[in-house]
Write a protein that binds this ligand. Structure first.
Ligand SMILES: [Zn+2]
Length: 298
């Protein structure tokens, strides 16, 4: 079974509605999908620590095997805004005292070692902490916000429900919620709230509720990347979503919305297979992405 599988049967009625719009959407996509804003020149995927869990604990019908779930950070290089981060991975903060973090490490044992922090990874690539002026936050869980305190002055962008959970920090120059709601973008055929984050069409924020309220995914047309945060455990695990056991279901803020959001991502992927979808905890290597027109690109 590929993307979606059982998920699609659940949302059959809604899919029919989407299909009706498909004619219009397809035309727009051909226009839009091949029109690259030309603003994002590169992106890099880093793994900043990981947690472990047993797949058999998470899902019924899978092999009983331990899996590492890396905490991903995407560095997005923008012609006008410089270095932008999407999430910040773990940091040493995950080992602080406190009942919440103790419980978190109990259910999701964390591996984080020297050199795993995002500012250390960037330094190896010749990027200083001062270069990061904007951080886009998918949501406020420890594996996504760990590195927020590593950067001296930046703008923090995320949805309201997420930003209000982040304590006031002196190194955050300003906070901003996505405001420019899009109505004629091809992603509007799949997601209810789609925002142009910088007003140039280069980075599009998509609301992906379910795992938590106000989770923000990203669409980067120059790279044909759709970053889906924690809307799924991993690309190869999407097919097992309906077999998720009770405990991991309860970790999701709203499992009904979680399934709905994942179904929308699956429909998008099915209609546009050229879109590369990444979840924050996908397996695989750290890697770099370039627009296809570059000779050395992917
Ligand atoms: Zn996560």
């Amino acid at each position: 079974m590929g993307w979606g599988g059982k998920m699609r049967r659940v949302d059959e009625k809604e899919r029919m509605g989407d299909m009706k719009r498909a004619g219009k959407i397809k035309i727009q996509e051909e226009d839009y999908g091949d029109r690259k804003p030309g603003k994002v020149t590169e992106a890099t995927l880093y793994h900043c620590g990981y947690c472990t869990n047993n797949l058999g604990v998470l899902f019924r019908g899978v092999l009983w095997e331990k899996r590492n779930f890396p905490a991903s950070v995407f560095r997005i290089c923008h012609k006008d805004f410089g270095e932008i981060l999407y999430d910040t991975g773990y940091s040493e903060d995950i080992f602080r005292k406190g009942i919440f973090l103790w419980f978190y490490r109990f259910i999701l044992p964390v591996c984080f070692k020297k050199g795993d922090r995002i500012d250390e990874k960037l330094a190896l690539d010749g990027i200083s902490r001062e270069n990061v002026k904007i951080i886009l936050l998918s949501h406020n869980h420890p594996d996504h916000i760990g590195g927020l305190s590593c950067f001296p002055k930046y703008e923090l962008i995320g949805f309201k429900e997420v930003l209000k959970q982040i304590p006031v920090m002196s190194n955050v120059r300003s906070r901003r919620e996505p405001k420019k709601l899009m109505e004629d973008h091809f992603l509007c055929g799949y997601f209810q709230r789609v925002y142009d984050l910088f007003g140039d069409g280069s980075v599009i924020g998509v609301r992906l509720d379910g795992h938590c309220k106000g989770q923000m995914g990203l669409w980067i047309p120059d790279l044909k990347l759709f970053l889906a945060a924690d809307a799924g455990w991993g690309r190869d695990l999407v097919r097992y979503t309906l077999s998720m056991r009770l405990a991991p279901r309860l970790i999701q803020r709203n499992f009904f919305q979680y399934k709905d959001t994942l179904g929308r991502i699956c429909r998008m992927k099915k209609d546009y297979p050229w879109i590369q979808v990444f979840f924050s905890h996908d397996m695989g290597r750290e890697k770099r992405f370039w627009p296809k027109y570059r000779k050395d690109g992917i």
